[in-house]
Write a protein that binds this ligand. Structure first.
Ligand code: BES
Ligand code: ZN
Length: 641
């Protein structure tokens, strides 16, 4: 057996060992022997930024903004503190996208602000527009007077009619992955961490919130925010609306529009237990308060881990706490992602795979192995689908390829579930006790730092594998990190509950009854539906719905799974409810696949879907609009072929 050890290497560097291996051909050379040093010396390896962050580094951002609902813009100034890393450098390069820059000033050594000449490069469709600011010796503060665009991809401005309350407008942001630059000039890379503060002016009667400590409204009617811990730019966040608050305990609570406030507090009432479980495993929660905000239905994600204030989709409010793994997930990011951050989007699995692993450990702790295994199983099925559909095999490696076109391509189930199963594999090989201690130490060592896959592998070697050399081989590790598909060392979860569901499905398909399904959880229903065979007839679809009432189901996950089956079978009786779903739900996980399935089915379904999309599109988030436009463009291109 070839052992997983670096001893034979000239430099003694394990990272370099991977660099020489057959699959790990895109790894960078090690930068330093110690992980802490490796994390602090920045080598520019994020290609999704214009920032010269290896030479000049932002340290603080101070925003002073009007939230202007009439014009749908944020308007004001961004003041940036920076540190020169390379003394030969006298240009600060920032990311912007669709911003109007009115002026740039620098704070001179004489304490006076003076205008600086700046240049804006040509716009790149993915990266946006580089803002170059020449600064003089000793200068470490610039101020940019700017406004955002009404069509900024990171901001959704909702009219009063688009809210539940119908009386007041709403704004919320989504900065991950590349949209902080549509909100403010910034070094928009997860390799750079900044503290921030903000002063916001909002119309009367609206409450602004940010991913920060919240100050009260002052005598001028301004709100003040402060984020004292250094965070990457993709965690900048703002929400403004007719938002109410309900406490869950002394440091956890829920914000939402009135109509869903009580239900949200009830649905998420176990968040304190999740925090305890998480802290017990990986060390204390380090961000002060933890609040959740339930956003309008056009929020394009299940959740977003904005620090101190996770943003959540209202489709989680199912009434039975069956979808709260998403809370466990966003909360878990307080360790994996927000505290310890991937240094480029090629390493997204360090955020999402770790978080999926931690999420599942917390679910196991709170609700038992059976639920945890059901969630593993459902995740693995999704991973298999994404692996099968990958445009090229490199997109199924944990380490994403150097020519990754857009960070979106890194956020498939590969980063989430393959990453999670890799950590489950390591846990199994080293044993839970050792692996838990290792992860706890990892979160502590890298707290408030960003790191790459190679940094992690070196840390794994130095702090776990070196003393347990027989636990795994290099080839096994390479297969997970730099190899395609799902390695055969992956765990095969086999929850008993799903075996029973399989029997029930087989019986039902044979014309018998499915037996007693009255106690089935959401997970069991999802497994029941997702594994229906191809080629169901319309008669069978009708019977499915007659027997189990899936159509218009109030649980969005079950409704979605049902519509996917209905589309596959071209069962158009669902069209009224499906249209309602598409008109009211903006969560990407559901709508991208629904439109994709409709567009790929046949001409009728495709044109029906285009008609629905034409009506629904103005209400969707700009991110969702871009993604669904691409779904139809791809389907049309395939028809032409
Ligand atoms: N950070 C992600 C959401 C995200 C990913 C935003 C990429 C922008 C770009 C968040 O933590 C997440 O993973 N959400 C999942 C929930 C989860 C339980 C898998 C989602 O939205 O479905
Ligand atoms: Zn996540």
């Amino acid at each position: 057996m070839r052992l997983f050890k670096p001893a034979t290497l000239v430099t003694g560097s394990f990272v370099l060992a991977l660099g020489l291996s057959a699959c790990g051909n895109e790894t960078k050379a090690p930068t330093a022997a110690k992980p802490t040093a490796a994390a602090s010396k920045i080598v520019k390896d994020d290609k999704f930024t214009h920032a010269n962050y290896d030479k000049v580094r932002m340290t603080h951002l101070s925003l002073n903004l009007d939230v202007n609902f009439d014009e749908k813009v944020l308007d004001g100034t961004a003041t940036i503190d920076f540190k020169v890393v390379d003394p030969k450098t006298h240009i600060l390069k920032l990311d912007t996208k669709d911003l109007t820059i009115r002026s740039v000033q620098g704070l001179g050594r004489n304490g006076q602000w003076a205008a600086l000449d700046y240049t804006l490069a040509d716009k790149d469709e993915v990266l946006g527009t580089m803002l170059e600011i020449p600064f003089s010796k000793g200068m470490n503060k610039v101020r940019i007077d700017y406004r955002t665009s009404p069509t900024a991809e990171g901001l959704q401005w909702l009219s009063p009619e688009q809210t539940a309350g119908k009386k007041k407008p709403y704004l919320f942001s989504q900065a991950q992955a590349l949209n902080a630059r549509t909100m403010t000039p910034v070094q928009d890379t997860p390799a750079v961490r900044i503290t921030y503060d903000a002063t916001l002016r909002v119309p009367d009667g609206l409450l602004p919130l940010m991913s920060a400590e919240q100050g009260d409204k002052d005598e001028n009617g301004e709100y003040h925010f402060k984020m004292p811990q250094p965070i990457p730019s993709y965690l900048l966040a703002i929400a403004v609306g007719d938002i109410k608050f309900k406490a869950i305990n002394d440091h956890i609570g829920v914000y939402a529009e009135e109509y869903i406030l009580d239900a949200s507090a009830e649905e998420f009432s176990e968040t304190p237990l999740m925090e305890e479980a998480n802290a017990k495993l990986y060390g204390p929660y380090r961000w002060g308060r933890y609040d959740l905000i339930v956003l309008p239905p056009s929020f394009p994600f299940g959740g977003m881990e904005n620090p101190r204030l996770s943003f959540m989709t209202p489709t989680l409010i199912a009434g039975d706490k069956s979808l709260t793994n998403v809370v466990a997930h966003e909360l878990a990011h307080s360790w994996s992602g927000n505290l310890v951050t991937n240094s480029s989007w090629r390493d997204a699995w360090l955020n999402e795979g770790f978080t999926s692993y931690v999420e599942n450990r917390v679910m196991e702790d709170l609700y038992g192995v059976e639920r945890a295994e059901m969630e593993q199983y459902l995740g693995l099925e999704d991973l298999k689908r994404d692996v099968a559909n990958a445009a090229r095999p490199e997109l199924t490696h944990l380490k994403m390829p150097a020519d990754l076109a857009h960070p979106d391509d890194a956020f498939t189930q590969v980063s989430y579930v393959k990453g999670q199963f890799f950590l489950m594999f390591l846990e199994e090989r080293f044993g839970r006790a050792k692996f838990d201690a290792f992860l706890k130490q990892y979160f502590d060592t890298y707290a408030f730092k960003s790191l790459s896959t190679e940094d992690f592998i070196k840390y794994l070697h130095d702090h776990l594998h070196k003393d347990n050399p027989d636990a795994l081989t290099r080839a096994e590790l390479d297969a997970w990190v730099y190899g395609p598909g799902i390695p055969d060392t992956a765990k095969q979860p086999k929850p008993d509950a799903f075996t029973k569901v399989d029997k029930a499905r087989t019986a039902w398909l044979a014309g018998d009854t499915a037996g007693d399904t009255s106690k089935w959880s959401t997970h069991e229903w999802l497994h029941f539906l997702n594994n229906m065979p191809d080629g169901l007839t319309n008669v069978q679809l009708k019977k499915l719905d007659d027997d189990f009432s899936f159509n218009g189901h109030q649980n969005a996950e079950i409704a979605f799974a049902w519509y996917m089956q209905a589309i596959k079978a071209d069962y158009s009786d669902v069209d009224t409810e499906l249209e309602k779903f598409l008109m009211t739900v903006g969560r990407g996980k559901f709508i991208y696949r629904l439109y994709g399935a409709l567009a790929g089915l046949n001409d009728d379904a495709s044109s029906w879907a285009k008609g629905v999309y034409a009506k629904a599109r103005p209400g969707y988030h700009p991110i969702a609009q871009r993604r669904i436009d691409a779904v139809f463009a791809k389907a049309d291109a395939e028809v032409e072929k």
